[in-house]
Design a protein around this ligand. Structure first.
Ligand SMILES: Nc1nc2c(ncn2[C@@H]2O[C@H](COP(=O)(O)OP(=O)(O)OP(=O)(O)O)[C@@H](O)[C@H]2O)c(=O)[nH]1
Ligand SMILES: [Mg+2]
Length: 238
């Protein structure tokens, strides 16, 4: 609990057995629940996560977004939902920074910016920096936002998240949330966060295939909403 609000953390994970216990260990104890959404790991990630105190849910379909959707579906009456990567590149001990403004009601959505924050050397690849910069420039131009990053470490009010009607099942999750937050007029702020090289082998930003697939999906979503800024009905109304 924080300011009387129930806090849930969602960690999408695919083969992060070497990192997940450190991620969970660094999460502050005022968090009410930790949900690891496992995306078909073959390295024992679910067992390590459970032994570290998390609740594990499974999503058979590969994809960052699919894992996040499975995670939020498993959260019990969360007032605030926090997203955090499972590779120990984010700093879980900085959870208070992203949660505080939402838990106090100062705003509905907080993004941890690795650009205004302290990203260690090599933690963000050049293509990642360029891709995030371009995506933010486009969104800021199109929707008068002030985004500096598409950082995975973020917190959002539970009701506001439901209103967004999140849909993307792969690499477009973070940008979809930011576009819809702008289109729905959510109160949004950014806080600087630290970022370090991941534990384990890169799956996305350090690979050509991952970079191209993620880049295409992200720019494609921005283009789609720029042409047709219509939002689907929120999940609760369907
Ligand atoms: N790549 C990938 N990650 C997934 C998937 N499902 C869940 N994840 C998790 O989503 C988080 C973000 O994925 P990462 O692979 O770290 O993506 P990234 O940070 O952009 O790039 P790298 O850290 O360089 O691989 C991690 O905790 C992954 O374990 C999936 O289907 N593919
Ligand atoms: Mg990563």
């Amino acid at each position: 609990m924080k300011h009387g609000k129930r806090i849930s953390v969602v960690i999408p994970a695919l083969n992060e057995a070497n990192a997940i216990s450190r991620v969970i260990a660094d999460i502050p104890d005022w968090v009410d629940e930790i949900v690891v959404a496992d995306n078909g790991s073959t390295d024992g990630t679910p067992d390590v996560a459970r032994e570290s105190g998390a609740r594990v849910v499974f999503e058979a379909e590969r994809g960052y977004g699919a894992a996040c959707l499975a995670g939020i579906a498993a959260c019990n009456d969360a007032d605030v939902i926090v997203f955090l990567d499972g590779d120990y590149s984010d700093h879980p001990d900085e959870l208070g920074k992203v949660v505080e403004p939402v838990a106090t009601g100062a705003c509905e959505f907080v993004i941890g910016s690795r650009v205004t924050g302290n990203a260690k050397r090599g933690a963000l690849t050049i293509q990642q920096r360029f891709g995030n910069w371009l995506a933010c420039k486009l969104m800021n131009g199109l929707w008068r936002t002030c985004y500096t990053d598409l950082g995975p470490f973020r917190a959002i009010d539970g009701r506001a998240l439901r209103r967004l009607g999140m849909q993307d099942r792969t690499y477009g999750w973070t940008v979809e949330m930011q576009i819809k937050a702008a289109l729905l007029g959510l109160s949004v702020t950014e806080v600087p966060v630290s970022y370090r090289p991941r534990i384990g082998v890169s799956k996305i930003s350090g690979t050509i295939k991952g970079t191209i697939l993620a880049g295409t999906k992200i720019l494609g979503l921005i283009g789609r909403y720029a042409l047709r800024p219509r939002l689907p009905e929120p999940a609760s109304l369907r």
